[in-house]
Design a protein around this ligand. Sequence first.
Ligand code: NAP
Length: 284
Amino acid sequence: MAQLIDGKKISKQIKDELKEEVQRLGEIGKNACLAVVQVGNDPASSVYVNNKKKACAYIGIGSKSYELPEATTEEELVALVEDLNADETVNGILVQLPLPAHIDADRIIRTISPDKDVDGFHPVSVGRLWIGEKGFLSCTPAGIIQLLKRSGIAIEGKECVVIGRSNIVGKPMAALLLRENGTVTVAHSRTKDLKEVAKRADILIVAIGKKKFITAEYVKEGAVVIDVGMHRDENNHLCGDVDFEDVEPHTSAITPVPGGVGPMTIAMLMDNCVETMRTQEERS
Ligand code: NAP
């Protein structure tokens, strides 16, 4: 029977640890405040934003909410982010993606100060990750490293295959696995013989964005499988990029969807917010 990697439980553990740390830092006068900016009222984005605000409240981090109309111009958004960069009461800035099509998301990401970049998307944060410097880590991949470590799964020396090379999941995932001394292969839509490549993996991370794409044929017997995907199936139930029923019997450990990777992203966002307080502590 495969070990079911419980992202809900592990994310709660992390949030509880952070809550204690925030209380301790608060007692010595260190506080954090996250600015959450949403443009337009995409219902999925509203759910994510609300969950982030709730997590802040649970941990004891202040949050400021900016709900801007869909018609907000790029210049107006840049001006708000610049104001937040300069605002000493704000430690972290999160601009909820996706942004409306008329706004250049890359420009907005680059406008956020790297010192307040709690999503870890700024090119400076990405560069710090690759050269092994301290900095904000991209939340979903950082959450996956926590899932593995806290489930007692060693990464060092393992064959790790990441399917997907997006800037928010695949690429930072590869960098983090490398930092943990895994032997890393990144596969993508131009990879030849994906099944053969995926079958090399001791740890297979799937971030392909295609419903139940990965079947048992892609998985080595006894591998650990982490499913980043998030979709609705034909019955409107949540499912991942991995066909769980088909793959699970062949794994030694696997994440479910929901309840695997999903809950970790917010936990690691909160960790990045607390990181801004730790930095204040180091500077003082
Ligand atoms: P994405 O930007 O669409 O990237 C998908 C990647 O998969 C691309 O690199 C693409 O290759 C590769 N790919 C697509 N079809 C392929 C195929 N047939 N064979 C091999 N590789 C293929 O997606 P993403 O943003 O990384 O997200 C991936 C999934 O994770 C989505 O389901 C998303 O909803 C989910 N997600 C979940 C969380 C969470 O917190 N749980 C967070 C982020 C994302 P090319 O580069 O060659 O096009």
